[in-house]
Design a protein around this ligand. Structure first.
Ligand SMILES: Cc1ncc(C[n+]2csc(CCOP(=O)(O)OP(=O)(O)O)c2C)c(N)n1
Ligand SMILES: [Mg+2]
Length: 586
């Protein structure tokens, strides 16, 4: 690679040229004087600036954009309050492994520390939720530091911060725009791959657990090939339902909260598990449906690009520090043509896979409503839709190429069992940061990255209150998405804890809301209230059609207050009170 020639330019030009060199075409934010000198030339560089309603929305959109496209998502904001508004969304992007570059103009270098206007130290705030923090300490280094942020976001798959004292946008510098540095990761240590291949070759019941790494490495075809070679059932890791095509006979569904019982039952029988591109996060393998399914005695082979997560949460037999796609390819090379113990019992395993999948499908079909005493009580005589039936209808009507983002809430969580995808980069859940308000802006970002695909957000009514301001952005910028708002009149996921642990002492969980469909109309979007199961599918289809015309629709689903299993059974315990005045609160 030839070193590019340095040219005379301003630091603003160096920044914008670096963005262009990295293929940036869209930047999310709210206008601010701090970076106006750079913003001024965005159009000339072919960069669209998407003005949002709140900077948290901008960073979530950048996240959705990155997850849908595999390219950088970029956002920028005013120093001080604009930047602190980014925090929650950047933390979410960090745990979603999204290559988001967030540009943080800072108070001027000549007054920093004096307590001037919109001043705060912007690096410490993000230090634990970024993969890289670049600070432009001298305007001459703008191109270099900016380029490094783009490189590191991809290299480490996570947010990179570009912090720029606002006076450093101006000046007269010599700068060379660096071409992007994209480092291939490779399959990993050959010895470890050999060992893994031997374990898989002698396994009688191998199971593949496909994670986000399969999606990010574009390794679906290799995962399918490997599964077919081993005739191995494939589970997907928590909230990565798009890591393996759902129509494939070996697909068994997601592990974890509200996941697939078939996946859990099958992995519990494994003698060897190939955890492909997953950190095996602690929340994703917790016991569910009252059973501990993690195969404690199985040999675990874990593949991840981040060496630090190998063996971190679960004990492993072999750790492979490699790219999921490349490692799967290397394992295929080692296993093809080799005698495999799992071929001998393939017919019996196939029958077991089919039986477990069939049983789970039947259970889901019959599971029309929740059956715990609280749910039966609140749904009794109700004319509203049962959440599970409504989710099944959405599943039936879901376009094959849909991208679905999901929020944090009881109904969003239950939806996990009803979300199946054929291609990667289709499911954008709030992942382990789990912030309410994630899904809607993420769907907007995904739609801008992939205007050719339907974008659908699943959001609880509580969480919609956090994020609905981005309806403004949809109307103003003609972004067409579908927002499915589950109106159960409550912060349901938390109410479930009151039911299970706090003797139904409900506090701050019932919601009085306006008509969400009416709100959508007032914002200049479409709004539809759906209260009959038969209308769910047609309403979804109509909203997807409207997307093509840049129109966003809120589908307000009127559902009962019944509640599925709680999120954090693992972390709550029955209250204990020692002081007399609190004795009744047990
Ligand atoms: C930003 C944020 N605030 C609070 C919480 C805690 N929390 C988790 S789920 C939940 C309730 C969600 O209610 P809603 O969005 O209406 O969905 P539902 O559970 O009713 O389906 C809350 C408040 C959170 N996860 N994130
Ligand atoms: Mg709710």
């Amino acid at each position: 690679m030839n070193a590019p020639a340095a040219q005379r330019m301003t630091p603003s030009e160096a920044l914008v040229e670096t963005m262009a060199a990295n293929g940036v075409t869209d930047v999310f934010g709210i206008v601010g004087s701090a970076y106006m000198d750079a913003l001024d030339i965005f159009p000339a560089a072919g960069i669209r600036f998407i003005p949002v309603a709140h900077e948290q929305g901008a960073a979530h959109m950048a996240d959705g954009y990155a997850r849908a496209s595999g390219r950088h998502g970029v956002c920028i904001a005013q120093n001080g309050p604009g930047i602190t508004n980014f925090v929650t969304a950047i933390a979410a992007a960090y745990w979603a492994h999204s290559p988001v570059v967030f540009i943080t103009p800072e108070t001027g270098s000549t007054t920093m520390g004096l307590g001037g206007f919109q001043e705060t130290e912007q690096l410490p705030i993000f230090s634990k939720i970024t993969k890289y923090q670049g600070h432009v300490g001298n305007p001459k280094r703008m191109a270099e530091i900016a380029g490094r942020c783009f490189d590191r976001a991809m290299l480490e798959m996570g947010p990179a911060q570009l912090n720029i004292p606002r006076d450093f946008f101006y000046g007269d510098i010599q700068a060379a725009i660096q071409p992007p540095l994209r480092i291939g990761r490779g399959a990993g240590d050959t010895g470890a791959l050999d060992e893994a291949a031997s374990l898989l070759a002698s396994a009688k019941f191998p199971v593949i657990l496909a994670g986000g790494g399969v999606i990010m490495s574009e390794g679906s075809a290799e995962a399918v090939r490997l599964a077919e070679l081993l005739r191995a059932p494939v589970c997907v890791s928590y909230l990565h339902n798009d890591a393996f095509p759902a129509s494939h006979p070996l697909w068994c569904g997601p592990l974890g909260y509200q996941g697939s019982k078939a996946a859990m039952k099958l992995i519990s029988q494994a003698d060897v598990v190939l955890a492909l591109g997953t950190r095996l996060g602690p929340f994703g393998t917790l016991p569910q449906y009252g059973t501990e399914y993690w195969p404690a005695n199985a040999k675990i082979i874990q593949v991840d690009v981040d060496a630090k997560v190998l063996g971190l949460v679960k004990s492993i037999s072999v750790g492979i520090n490699g790219d999921a796609r490349a490692a799967a390819g290397a394992l295929i090379d080692r296993l093809e043509g080799r005698a495999l113990a799992c071929v001998a019992n393939q017919a019996e395993r196939k029958a077991r896979i089919e039986a477990e999948k069939g049983a789970w499908e039947q259970e889901l079909s019959e599971w029309t409503h929740e059956r715990d005493p609280y749910s039966l009580e609140v749904a009794k005589d109700s004319k509203l839709m049962h959440p599970r039936q409504m989710l099944r209808e959405l599943e039936r009507a879901m376009p094959k190429d849909a991208m679905v983002s999901t929020d944090i809430g009881n109904i969003c969580s239950v939806s996990n069992s009803y979300l199946r995808f054929e291609q990667p980069r289709s499911m954008f859940a709030a992942m382990s940061f789990g912030n309410c308000g994630y899904a809607f802006p993420v769907a907007c970002g995904a739609k801008l990255a992939r205007p050719d695909r339907p974008a659908i957000a699943y959001v609880g009514d509580g969480a919609f209150g956090i994020s609905l301001n981005e309806l403004l952005t949809c109307a103003r910028e003609k972004i067409g998405v579908t927002v499915v708002v589950f109106n159960n009149g409550q912060w349901g996921a938390e109410k479930k804890n009151h039911v299970d642990f706090y003797s139904r002492r409900f506090q701050a969980v019932d919601l009085v809301s306006p008509s969400w469909a009416g709100i959508a109309k007032a914002f200049g979007c479409e709004g539809v209230t759906v209260d009959r199961l038969a209308d769910v599918g047609p309403a979804l289809e109509a909203s997807v059609k409207a997307q093509a015309e840049g129109r966003t629709t809120v589908l307000e689903m009127m559902v009962t207050r019944e509640l599925g299993d709680p999120f954090r059974r693992d972390a709550l315990s029955k209250p204990v009170r020692y002081l007399d005045k609190y004795k009744a609160y047990t």
